[in-house]
Write a protein that binds this ligand. Structure first.
Ligand code: COA
Ligand code: ZN
Length: 314
């Protein structure tokens, strides 16, 4: 199933602990602590960071200080910062703050979409069209990028198994709305229940049907069933060029009961380094950042590499 010759020379690691991870912590974290952790990730050589979300502070109080966090990193050289936005209000706030990459989530599963953003998939697709219009208006400047996160692409906590045809059905509606937009599409294993063969099958089928030059593909994985690293590897061997991961494996989804955090950045980095795949990240500094993140009160972490002696993890 996995063809070694498909091994990419380089993969984009997208660090999502500041968004997917921090949002899982109930007690508000001091802004300065969040900034310190994000700075440690920057210092480790992280090229892409999902810095947080511009969401309703009633829905996710932990993100209420996102404006201050973005301000602290504006102008940081060499790092692409993105932010999740659930609607045009969030997109406008994110663009005004200086963010140039928006992450918009639509779940493939109707029930999960309803729980997550309190609207139907059809209404979320309407929101996607509105955000695309907003991005086209910005075209005078450097055109912002759009990351479409397709939630529950493999499994839904409420509806169970999700087939590639269900993913396809949402993409059939989404892609015509996005003509001319610089786009990355992530298939998200929101619950961490996918297995590597399902990941390979989805990436193969979906890219056969929708692959084109101006679309890049990403995999967003959680490690609930211990498949996280294997899933990430199968994704990149089947066309994903970016992987969403969280240092220390921080997290869990408040709308996906039982799900653990994103697959730990350090665990995925260990596997990629073994294959000689370039990421630009310094393992020792990443482990220091992961330690800082793991010390945040109230967070749940899951990482193999943090448990082995440091000299053996390097
Ligand atoms: N940023 C800041 N505030 C926002 C906002 C945004 N992007 N979107 C809505 N709000 C505010 C509204 O202004 C309103 O404030 P008010 O009560 O003071 O007037 C309030 O939030 C409710 O707005 P409404 O449009 O009625 O939204 P809702 O209550 O139906 O919630 C979402 C819908 C999508 C805004 C909300 O569920 C949300 O932000 N979800 C985020 C989910 C998420 O991030 N999940 C993890 C990703 S996988
Ligand atoms: Zn997630």
């Amino acid at each position: 199933m996995m063809n070694p010759s498909n091994k990419p020379a380089r993969v984009d690691i997208v660090e999502v602990a500041p968004r997917d991870g921090f949002q899982s912590i109930y007690e508000p974290l001091p802004t300065a602590d969040k900034i310190r952790c994000i700075q440690a990730l920057v210092d480790a050589g992280m090229g892409r960071i999902e810095i947080g979300s511009f969401v309703s502070p009633k829905a996710i109080p932990q993100m209420a200080d996102i404006g201050d966090i973005v301000k602290a990193f504006n102008g940081t050289p060499g790092v692409r910062f993105s932010a999740l936005v659930p609607n045009t209000k969030g997109a406008e706030l994110a663009l005004a703050s200086g963010i140039r990459e928006l992450v918009y989530v639509v779940s493939v599963s109707e029930t999960h979409n309803q729980k997550n953003v309190r609207q139907s998939v059809a209404d979320s697709l309407g929101g996607l069209a509105a955000i695309a219009a907003l991005l086209r208006e910005q075209a005078d400047n450097e055109t912002p990028l759009l990351r479409l996160d397709l939630g529950t692409c493999f499994d839904c906590p409420y509806e169970g198994y999700i087939s590639w045809q269900q993913v396809d059905a949402v993409l059939e509606q989404a892609l015509p709305l996005l003509e001319g937009i610089d786009l990355e599409i992530a298939m998200c294993d929101t619950t961490g229940r996918a297995n590597p063969y399902q990941v390979a099958d989805h990436f193969t089928r979906i890219r056969e049907k929708h692959g084109r030059d101006n679309i890049r593909w990403a995999f967003h994985g959680h490690d609930t069933f211990g498949m996280g690293v294997a899933n990430a590897l199968f994704a990149i061997h089947h066309g994903a060029t970016a992987l969403d991961v969280a240092a220390a494996g921080l997290g869990g989804c408040p709308f996906a009961p039982g799900a653990t955090g994103n697959t730990a950045t350090e665990d995925v980095l260990y596997a990629l380094r073994g294959g000689g795949i370039e990421t630009g990240i310094d393992m020792q500094k990443l482990l220091q950042a992961a330690d800082a993140i793991a010390e945040l009160p109230g967070g749940q972490t899951a990482s193999h590499l943090r448990k082995v002696p440091r000299e053996r993890a390097a």
